[in-house]
Design a protein around this ligand. Sequence first.
Ligand SMILES: NC(=O)c1ccc[n+]([C@@H]2O[C@H](COP(=O)([O-])OP(=O)(O)OC[C@H]3O[C@@H](n4cnc5c(N)ncnc54)[C@H](O)[C@@H]3O)[C@@H](O)[C@H]2O)c1
Length: 335
Amino acid sequence: MINVGLIGFGYWGPNLARNFSLNSDFELSAICDFSSDRLETAAKHYPQVNLYKDLNEFYNDKALDAIAIATPVATHYKLAKNAILSGRHVWLEKPMTETVAQAEELIELAAKKKKVLLVDHTFVYTGAVRKIKEIIDKGEIGDLIYYDSTRVNLGLFQQDVNVIWDLAPHDISIMDYLMPFKKVVVSATGSHYYGSEIVPKSLVTVYMENNTVAHINVSWVSPVKIRQTLIGGSTKMILYDDNQLSEKVKIYDKRVELGHTMEELYHLKVQYRVGDMYAPKIDDQEALALETSHFAECLMNGKKPLTDGKAGLEVVKVLVASEESLKNKGAPVRL
Ligand SMILES: NC(=O)c1ccc[n+]([C@@H]2O[C@H](COP(=O)([O-])OP(=O)(O)OC[C@H]3O[C@@H](n4cnc5c(N)ncnc54)[C@H](O)[C@@H]3O)[C@@H](O)[C@H]2O)c1
C-alpha cells in the first residue's frame, strides 16, 4: 500500500483525491491546503485523512511515500523540490514549472534521489488519445503533416497565468506524445482586450522538423466550448472531438496529392482523394484512474512514467518560448 498525500484541494485536487482513494494500491492519508474552507470540504469527503494547513507539518508526516501537487504553477518548483528532498515520489500537475531551468533541476534531483516524478498530462491517458497513437503508430495515416487544435470556451480567467499556460499544455503534451518530432521555432500571438495584463486568447504555432507544424488556438473568451483537433497525415486524416460523447475519434480516408513531374507542378495539379470515414471504439475508462494505476506501477515496479519530467520539460519549453513570442507580437523564438 502506497501512502499518498495531496497538496492543494481546489478545483483539480479533489479529482486526484477521488482517484487515489478509489485505487487499491494507494491509501490517501493526508491533504494539505492553506485555505480553511478547502480543508473543511476535504474533511467532509475524507474524514479518515490527516488534514494540514501547515506545509512543514505535512512534509513531516512520516507515513507519506508519495506527494501529489495540485496547486498553481508558481508553487510547483518549490513544493516538488521539497517533496523529493524529503524522500517522496512526486505527482506534479501540469504545467510542470514556470521555467526551463526549474524543470531541468527537478528532473536531475528526482534521478539523483531515485524518486519517481510524474507530470500530470491527463489527456495522454485518455482512451481517445491512446487510440489515435495506436492508429498513427500502425502507419495508418501515413506521414504526419500537421496538428491543428481549437480549445476554446468562456472562462475561467486565471489570475496568475495567460491562457497559454492554462489550456495549451493539454495540446502540447498530446502533440508531443503523438508526434514526437523535434520542435524548432515557436510563435504566439494574442492580446489583452479586457484591461488586464492576462492574455485570454492566443494562437500558438510550433514549427517542427520535417516541415510539420502545429497550430494551437486557445481562448477563455469564446461563446461556445470547442475541443477539436485535426491531425493531418499523408494518406488519412483524423478528427478528434473531445466534446462528443461517442465517436470522439474519426478517421477520414481523405488526402491531397500533388503531381510530381515538372509539368504537373507547373500547373499545380492537385488530386483530392475522398474516401470513407470510420469511428473506432474508444476505451472509456477515466484517464485519471488509468494514470493513477500507472503511477502505482512506476512506484512498485520501477517503471518510467509515460509522462515523466522530460515530457513536462518539453511542454514548459514551448510555454516559455510562447510567452516570449507573445510579448513581441509573434516574433519567432528558437527552441
Ligand atoms: N491535469 C488537468 O487536466 C488539470 C486540470 C485543471 C487544473 N490542473 C492543474 O492543477 C493545478 C491546480 O489548479 P486548480 O485549478 O485546482 O487551482 P485552484 O486555485 O482551484 O486550487 C489550488 C488549491 O491549492 C491551494 N494552495 C495553493 N498554494 C498552496 C500552498 N503553497 N500550500 C498549500 N495549499 C496551497 C489553494 O488554497 C487551492 O485550494 C494547476 O497546476 C493546474 O494547471 C490540471
